[in-house]
Structures are given as C-alpha cells and as structure tokens.
Write a protein that binds this ligand. Sequence first.
Ligand code: B1M
Length: 212
Amino acid sequence: MSLFEEMQQAIIDGKAPVVKELTQKALSEGIKPADIFPKAIVPAMDEVGRRMRDCEFFIPEVLIAARAARAATDILRPLLVGDAAARPAGTVVCCTVKGDLHDIGKNIVAMMLESAGFRIIDLGADVSAEKIVDAVRAHDANLVAMSALLTTTMVNMKSVIEALAAAGLREKVKVMVGGAPVTESWARSIGADGYGKDAPAAVDLARSLAAA
Ligand code: B1M
C-alpha cells in the first residue's frame, strides 16, 4: 500500500493519530503539502461521502472520518499559506441562519467542504444576515453555505440573499442552502443557486458552483 493509500484508509477508518503520523511522514519524505489534498484527503472523503450516500456509513462514522481528515488539514493549512499551487477550490462562508442553534449538520458540511479543498469561514450558528455580508466582503468569499433546521428559521435564508443583493454582492457569490426542512423547490423559490440534500451532495454542489 502506498503512503497516500495508507492515509486514505486511516481517514476512512477515522484514525486521527495515524493520519497525523502519516501526514508528518509524508512531509518528512519531501511530499508537497499541496499534493496531500488531492492524493489522500479528497479521495478519502469522497469515499466517505459515497458510503454515506449508500447507507454504509452513518453520522458518527462521517464525523469521526472528518475529524481524522482534520488531523491532516490542521498540519497542512499553515504550510499552504502563500503557496500558489495550493490555491483553495473556493472560499465558503458557512453558517446556520439567525435564530437557529442546530449546528451538527452544518459542521459536517463544513468539514467535508474543507476536506475537499475549500477554505472555510465558519461563522457558527444563529448568524445574522449582516454578519454574513460582512464575512463575504472581508474574506472575498465566492460561496455562501447556509443551513437551517427549523421551519421557522429557513425563511431567514431569503433575508440573507436579499441582504447580499442590497450590498451589491449577489453577483459575486453563489448561495447554497441545506438542512432537514429545506428542499430543492424552496431553494429555487428564495433565489438560491443550489440545494444540497446531505454533506456529499453539498461538496458536489460547491464544486460545480465554484467552477461555474
Ligand atoms: Co432541535 N429540532 N430544536 N435541537 N433537533 C429538530 C430539528 C426537530 C425536527 C425535532 C422534532 O421536533 N422532531 C424540530 C424542528 C421542527 C420544525 O421546525 N419543523 C426541532 C425543534 C422544534 C427544536 C426546538 C425549537 C425545541 C424547543 O426548544 N422547543 C429548539 C430550537 C433551538 C433553536 O435552534 N433556536 C431545538 C433545539 C435543539 C438542541 C439544541 C437540543 C439540539 C441541537 C444541538 C446542536 O445542533 N448543536 C437539537 C437537535 C439535536 C435536534 C435533532 C434531534 C437532530 C438534528 C441533527 O443534528 N441532525 C432534530 C430532529 C431530527 O432531525 N431528527 C431536531 C443530524 C444532522 C447531521 O442532520 O442537520 O439535517 P442535519 O444535516 C444534514 C443535512 O440536512 C444536510 O447535510 C447534513 C449531513 O448529511 N445539510 C446540508 C445540513 N446543512 C446543510 C447545508 C448545505 C447542504 C446540506 O448546504 C449549505
């Protein structure tokens, strides 16, 4: 098994200490930090996404794998600053909307997006439209990823899209939405650019929106 294959397996198995050790080994062997994302972390998390889609993995396994992937990204992120070859796939402002404290799904989506090479600005839960607008501006984000778990808070997604438009930022950012009560038709009705049913779908969507 190659070092990259070992890393992939350790991420899928959720073995964070092994992932950490293998990441350090890869670096000590002269492997470029930027190569570790496409050759180990991204394919491993794609496989985790596939298993989740096929009901082979459930939320605990996904969280454990995402934490293991984070053991690598925590080491790699500081090494990638200023590395032109390691340009992120996009910058995503991520949050749960105003009034909503549910953040488990949002955290999984954020971790999966990070593992897929996106730079994540995670604003947390219960986030106002103003804070999202400010973060898009401050971080020059090209994606906003909003989560809502309550039928009473999903309406706040629309307010965020309106606030982005009022701030002259709507053309600059793609907006994706998700969360248990959110649907494709809801996303369309509020003028979002896409809806993700689950975290793997969110990764596919972010990739296609960032490439558009
Ligand atoms: Co609350 N809660 N909760 N809750 N809670 C629900 C959502 C509820 C369905 C339970 C029920 O009644 N059956 C119900 C909502 C009903 C409705 O609106 N129709 C509810 C309620 C009513 C409430 C309170 C109002 C209860 C009260 O106080 N009376 C209150 C509200 C607080 C607030 O937010 N202001 C409340 C509070 C809480 C806790 C704080 C106790 C806790 C949250 C802890 C936390 O998140 N840190 C909690 C929990 C845990 C739940 C349930 C049990 C589980 C939610 C969860 O984490 N699911 C939930 C019932 C349920 O769903 N079975 C419930 C797992 C998570 C991985 O799934 O978030 O859907 P999910 O994310 C998925 C996808 O949706 C998708 O990917 C994720 C991974 O696949 N996804 C995206 C999510 N965001 C995405 C973004 C994307 C793309 C995909 O692109 C941007």
